[in-house]
Design a protein around this ligand. Structure first.
Ligand code: 4LI
Ligand code: NI
Length: 188
């Protein structure tokens, strides 16, 4: 089980590497890593488990954050009203995206960053993604809202990019052209 002590923090060189493609059929190790990443985000959103194991809540976590430079991440959204989405992706990519952008009005947080970095992080509002699942089958789907933001945040981790790299350092809250903000409670 992944705990906060297993998550590397900003400054660690692995977070700045380009992660390696995963080979199929999946090795036992890569399969287990995918399962563990999903387990982390699921458990981290359960108040009792999060408290018991001291897990910071997240909707996404990427393999480089547990010091494994592999192109794998997990996302988990459990929205009482909206859609439920729980997935582990291998070798993910964005195949197309909207011109329109979006951002979290409250800024972004990251399990590998132990400080609040204020500012808007511009993201594509809608993306079409492709990835492989555990069985090496291609998944193709459209994402919008927080799932689209989190997918882009996690994909950045596979490319050595941190969310704050996208913040305008001179003016962190500068208006983002052609963007619709997502207000804080919509992250649930
Ligand atoms: C408890 C149970 C306020 C501050 C609002 C918490 C279940 C911030 C938002 C959660 C912020 C759940 C989140 C992300 C932000 C802030 C991630 C709470 C977990 C909201 C997810 C990857 C950026 C994703 C919306 C500095 C660890 N997640 N909030 N950003 N939630 N969560 N990100 N921003 N301001 N990060 O952090 O998983 S994309 Cl679901
Ligand atoms: Ni992160």
């Amino acid at each position: 089980m992944i705990r906060m002590k297993d998550i590397i923090r900003e400054g660690h060189p692995t977070l700045r590497e380009r992660a390696e493609e995963v080979k199929f059929p999946l090795s036992e190790e890569d399969r287990k890593l995918g399962e563990d990443l999903l387990e982390y985000v699921v458990n981290s959103q359960d108040d009792e488990l999060a408290e018991k194991y001291d897990l910071r809540p997240g909707v996404g976590i990427a393999a480089p954050q547990v010091n494994q430079a592999k192109r794998i991440f997990a996302l988990h959204f459990d929205n009482s009203t909206g859609e439920n989405l729980s997935l582990v992706v291998f070798n993910p990519k964005i195949v197309s995206h909207s011109v329109e952008k979006t951002y979290l009005a409250a800024g972004e947080g990251c399990l590998s960053v132990d400080r609040a970095v204020p500012g808007y992080v511009p993201r594509y509002a809608r993306i079409t993604i492709k990835a492989l699942n555990f069985d090496g089958e291609e998944i193709k789907m459209r994402l919008k809202g927080l799932p689209a933001i989190a997918f882009q945040h996690e994909l950045d981790h596979l490319n050595g990019v941190m969310f704050f790299d996208h913040i305008d350092s001179k003016n962190p809250f500068a208006e983002i052209e052609n963007a619709i903000p997502i207000e804080r409670d919509s992250a649930e």
